[in-house]
Design a protein around this ligand. Sequence first.
Ligand code: ADP
Ligand code: AMP
Ligand code: ZN
Length: 225
Amino acid sequence: MSNEPRFVILIGPPASGKGTQAARLCQLLNIPHVASGDLFREHLKNKTELGLKAGAYMERGELVPDEITIGMVMERLSRPDCAAGALLDGFPRTIAQAEALDRVLAERGHRIAAVLYIKVPDQVLIERVSGRRICRTCGESYHIKFNPPQVPGVCDRDGGELYQRDDDKEETVRKRLQVYREQTDPLVAYYRQQGILAEINGDQPIDAVTAELRAALAASSCTRV
Ligand code: ADP
Ligand code: AMP
Ligand code: ZN
């Protein structure tokens, strides 16, 4: 068993289930969940300068510029809890972000263990987004039909209030899907070329997706699952 830090990336369109699966995989791998969208929402909630800048892009369904995003995520990855690795969710989303990540990990003597690409058809994504509810306290993702909390409107983990994200309205989602196709989808080829990409069928029940992800991790260099 190697003690090398494990950096694992989840790629997939908006609402493909990255956050839902990340919560489960992080427990298994015992590494922190680093979700760029959650970091931006935290900044926005605290009304930091970065948060207010990012919020304007998020509201329109656009990507926050690379220079803001890369600095924020790299700072997060420098914290002590990421010494054992991290599960990246929602980052990288552009080729420039992927190149910056490769560069920083290489400087630290680390590398990406696996890139897990969760594939889901567009019409399923729209249905998932419209029923998504998020915990204000911990960011856990629920679905009113597919993954309901035990008590409607209340987080199972911490009793936090569940809310609907502003950018989950239909017109913003369509924009986010277009941005995904144009700017993020090219990362699939980028990582496939590096021989570290695994394709996962995300259009199945949550447990079945987790099982496929675990199998892909076991087949990668990330053997501790
Ligand atoms: P992402 O982090 O990729 O944006 P989420 O994990 O928030 O996606 O999932 C989007 C929505 O779909 C949530 O409401 C979640 O509960 C629901 N969901 C996630 N995985 C599945 C699945 N396999 N089947 C049905 N619904 C799912
Ligand atoms: P998410 O929670 O991953 O759906 O992200 C919500 C929003 O945050 C996105 O629509 C973007 O506006 C912004 N965002 C999150 N991650 C990134 C990233 N890696 N690069 C640029 N913008 C991002
Ligand atoms: Zn919660």
